[in-house]
Design a protein around this ligand. Structure first.
Ligand code: HEC
Length: 305
């Protein structure tokens, strides 16, 4: 009886599940969901080729230095780099003295405590400090940016799909909203149309507006496109400074695995080769030859069976 009830309950569950699946499928087919405005106007990041793409990718140190310069002169006014210390810049090819000078001349001072009074104060940055946020806290940051919060950029290329290409596209993607954009999706007060931003309207004013906004020491032409690309490469480095080590280790592991596979195959051949070639003979009374011989003997003797 209990078994019968449990079977019926089970069948009931299966029936309800099958019914809802069928009903869901019917509604899905009969009522195609409406395409949202964001879906229609949003664009995927542009194709951007960077030297660090692919398994053999390497950072271009000169490009990273240029990108750092763009960050320093443009983006640092609103964005911090919490996970990067000034001394990490040595990895970009700056000397210890240059890093010291960069930290010392940094516009934004780091939070500190006045040793005499114990009150909150600020002091000049030293190489061991992280890149400070330009704002004391989130409220101050929002107050200065039309209630939007400029995110910390240290990990932004990891936090967004197709990170470096996305940042590059975003920086070069500001434009007039298209004529057929519905009124409710048009940028409001303090917002800027940018089809690479998921909701199309971004609170960041276009940071790179004119060619020559920074002056590169290495003579590279500082077009908006070049500056956007350089700062995107720099932000890829801040998010993954060990990328080259990772690539190198990956390749070493692949070479090791290939050699290990070849050795394992040769060892297998060496150990099992002779065994496989060896012929197994059944000896004794069951050997076909012996059976035939004993049959013949029996026949000669006149023994039946
Ligand atoms: C005047 C201040 C200001 C400057 C200068 C500025 N930003 Fe922003 N940025 C913002 C604000 C505000 C937001 C948040 C926008 C939002 O949420 O709508 C933002 C957001 C971003 C985002 C995140 C977008 C996302 O997907 O959430 C990136 C990336 C970014 N900024 C990069 C940069 C870079 C690179 C520079 C320098 C070339 C720069 N910003 C300069 C204010 C600024």
């Amino acid at each position: 009886m209990v078994r019968l009830i449990s079977i019926l309950v089970g069948l009931g569950f299966v029936g309800v599940a099958a019914w809802s699946l069928l009903w869901g499928a019917i509604t899905y087919v009969s009522e195609p969901h409406e395409e949202t405005v964001e879906h229609r106007f949003h664009e995927h990041p542009k194709e951007a080729s960077f030297s660090f793409n692919g398994p053999f990718g390497k950072y271009d140190r000169a490009q990273l230095q240029r990108g750092f310069q763009v960050y320093k002169e443009v983006c640092a006014a609103c964005h911090g780099l919490t996970y990067v210390s000034f001394r990490n810049l040595e990895e970009l090819g700056y000397s210890e003295a240059e890093v010291k000078a960069i930290a010392d001349q940094w516009q934004i001072e780091v939070p500190s405590i006045n040793p005499d009074t114990g009150e909150a104060a600020t002091r000049k940055a030293i190489p061991a400090d992280r890149f400070p946020s330009p704002y004391a806290n989130e409220v101050a940051a929002r107050a200065a940016n039309n209630n939007a919060l400029p995110p910390d950029l240290a990990l932004i290329t990891k936090a967004r799909h197709d990170g470096p290409a996305y940042v590059y596209s975003l920086l070069t993607g500001y434009r007039q909203p298209p004529a057929n954009l519905p009124a409710e999706s048009r940028p409001g007060q303090g917002l800027y149309y940018n089809p690479y931003f998921p909701n199309l309207n971004l609170a960041m004013p276009p940071p790179l507006t004119a060619d020559g906004q920074v002056t590169y020491a290495d003579g590279t032409n500082p077009t908006v496109d070049q500056m956007a690309k350089d700062v995107s490469a720099f932000l890829a480095w801040t998010a993954e400074p060990r990328l080259e080590n990772r690539n190198r280790t990956g390749i070493a592991v692949l070479i090791f695995l290939t050699i290990a596979t070849i050795l394992a195959y040769l060892a297998y051949k060496n150990i099992w080769g002779s065994v496989k070639e060896r012929k197994v003979r059944i000896a004794g009374p069951l050997e076909p030859e012996n059976i035939a011989r004993s049959d013949a003997a029996k026949r000669d003797e006149g023994i039946a069976g």
